[in-house]
Design a protein around this ligand. Structure first.
Ligand code: ADP
Length: 492
């Protein structure tokens, strides 16, 4: 184990109905450090029986939690935020150990996660409804906002803390109770966050978490998909799994929020500030080693500035330090697992076989610092085109494929020629072009002269095959509530 961990935050068990418990059949799954592929902890490998117990607990806890005044719920959530912030170092170490992020970045994720918890603690007290001007005499008409009920949260590994916070904080704020299954690669951070939620005073049964191996993920989630008591699924992950959840939850018509894969274009026009564009691309592309759903996947640079941009970019990318979380200088950690590095390698080989050229990087890294098999060098490719795998699906790694373009019309068509629609970025100093592009790009998020977009106050989510629903902002709370219309008549 590379970093020392606070044992207090390693319960190593599920949390159901206010009790820490093993899987019903006592199975466990190893948690692996992606830097070395060494197992350093275990988590329960839960199955259907555990999933059902979690729903039973969440269902039983719902009536009281729903009735708890919003201000009281907010105070508990605020305490949770305070505990997360005060455990920034411990949680950062956990994230680095199981996910591979450099420690500084992991500690940044902890504060980022906390910002959502704090935001929704505040929003809890503002879940107001409307008094409607009645069109008929003698009536009083109201739109009331109510929690949907038990919600199931299924999270990915790339932001083990932030994904939990973005889903569970608004659910608790709305008055919902929760069952959660975190990603198999990163169960420890989510268990630690739940431990802190327990210490903050979240009542038994309100927040339940069960961990599982990849082999048993579907067994757990299928129980929730089929159980009519679960009224909503909130999911971040791949598009095929998101579509499966949508199909299978149709039987009980659950509300859904799906934050799925992206294929973000990053466009640099010849009127852009090139240095700002390089800064923006570095921030957006290489955060978490490129393992983010808003990571620029296709970089389009206008003809006139293409070569200058690539030179500046290559210099910056070539200077990135690759290493394990234990190295304070590391900027790019290991990829999450062998499957992820294999995919990156496949994408680069495919691009090269179709005419792309490596400017920097382009291979795995293994040396005295990077002793494990999961490191990939930060890479810039040029001559990328739409036929390549790296242009069609998320590479989810530190690879920046650059395509040269000629006109605005061409690049908008190319940017939108994908089933995905999560984020898009462009750099331009032409104010009319800025508004034209902001309208024309078919994504849920657009960055204009900005590479770092995510913030708790902003609505995060996609369109098309990137899913639906929004996380963060005041809209994030709506996902966990429905509107009840109450009409009182005979008032005259
Ligand atoms: P990734 O490829 O990034 O791991 P996935 O969509 O496969 O993305 O995983 C995201 C989350 O969905 C994880 O918590 C994972 O365990 C869960 N998951 C994967 N497959 C299924 C499935 N068939 N049913 C329900 N959940 C699943």
């Amino acid at each position: 184990m590379p970093l020392s961990l606070n044992q207090h935050l390693l319960p190593g068990r599920n949390f159901v109905g206010g009790e820490w418990c093993s899987a019903a059949d006592d199975r466990t799954v190893a948690v692996v450090d992606p830097a070395t592929e060494e197992a350093f902890a275990t988590a329960p490998d839960s199955g259907a029986a555990d999933a059902l117990r979690a729903v039973d607990a969440a269902h039983a806890a719902f009536p009281a939690w729903r009735k708890t005044p919003a201000k009281q719920r907010a105070q508990i959530i605020k305490r949770w935020n305070d505990l997360v912030v005060s455990h920034q170092e411990d949680l950062g170490r956990l994230i680095s150990s199981e996910q591979g992020k450099p420690l500084a970045e992991a500690k940044g994720e902890v504060l980022y996660a906390a910002s959502y918890i704090e935001w929704f603690a505040e929003e809890a007290t503002r879940a107001d409804g409307d008094v409607i001007a009645a069109p008929v005499q003698g009536r009083r008409m109201l739109a009331l906002r109510e929690p949907v009920g038990v919600i199931a949260a299924i999270t990915p590994w790339n932001f083990p803390a932030a994904m939990i916070a973005r889903k569970i904080a608004p659910a608790l704020a709305a008055g919902c109770t929760v069952v959660c299954k975190p990603a198999e690669d990163t169960p420890l951070t989510s268990l630690a966050l739940v431990k802190l939620a327990q210490e903050a005073g979240v009542p038994p049964g309100v927040l339940n978490i069960v961990t599982a191996s990849r082999d048993r993920a579907a067994e757990v989630v299928d129980v929730w998909l089929d159980d009519a008591r679960v009224r909503k699924i909130t999911f971040t992950g791949s598009t095929p799994v998101g579509k499966h959840l949508a199909r299978r939850s149709a039987g009980t018509l659950k509300k859904l929020s799906l934050e799925l894969g992206g294929n973000a274009p990053f466009i640099v026009f010849d009127d852009a500030d090139l240095d700002a564009a390089v800064d923006g691309l570095m921030a957006a592309k290489f955060r978490n080693g490129g393992q983010t759903c808003v990571s620029p996947n296709r970089i389009y640079v206008q003809d006139k500035v293409h070569d200058a941009f690539v030179d500046k970019l290559a210099a910056r990318v070539g200077a990135l330090v690759v290493g394990p979380a234990t190295d304070p200088a590391a900027q790019i950690g290991p990829m999450i697992n062998a499957r992820a590095v294999d995919k990156i390698e496949r994408h680069v080989q495919d691009a090269l076989s179709r005419g792309a050229r490596v400017v920097v990087g382009g291979q795995r890294v293994r040396n005295a610092q990077c002793t494990g098999p999961n490191y990939y060098a930060p890479t810039v490719l040029v001559n990328a085109d739409a036929s390549m795998q790296c242009s069609c699906e998320e590479t989810f790694g530190p690879v920046a494929p650059v395509t040269r373009f000629d006109t605005e019309a061409d690049v908008v068509e190319a940017a939108n020629a994908t089933p995905f629609g999560l984020a898009a970025y462009f750099y331009s100093n032409d104010v009319r072009r800025i508004w034209r592009l902001a309208d024309a790009l078919e994504t849920g998020i657009v960055g204009v002269n900005e590479g770092a977009l995510a913030a708790e106050a902003a609505p995060f989510g996609g369109v098309k095959d990137s899913g639906y629903g929004r996380e963060g902002s005041r809209h994030g709370l709506d996902e966990y509530m429905h509107i009840k219309y109450v009409c009182q008549g005979q008032l005259d």
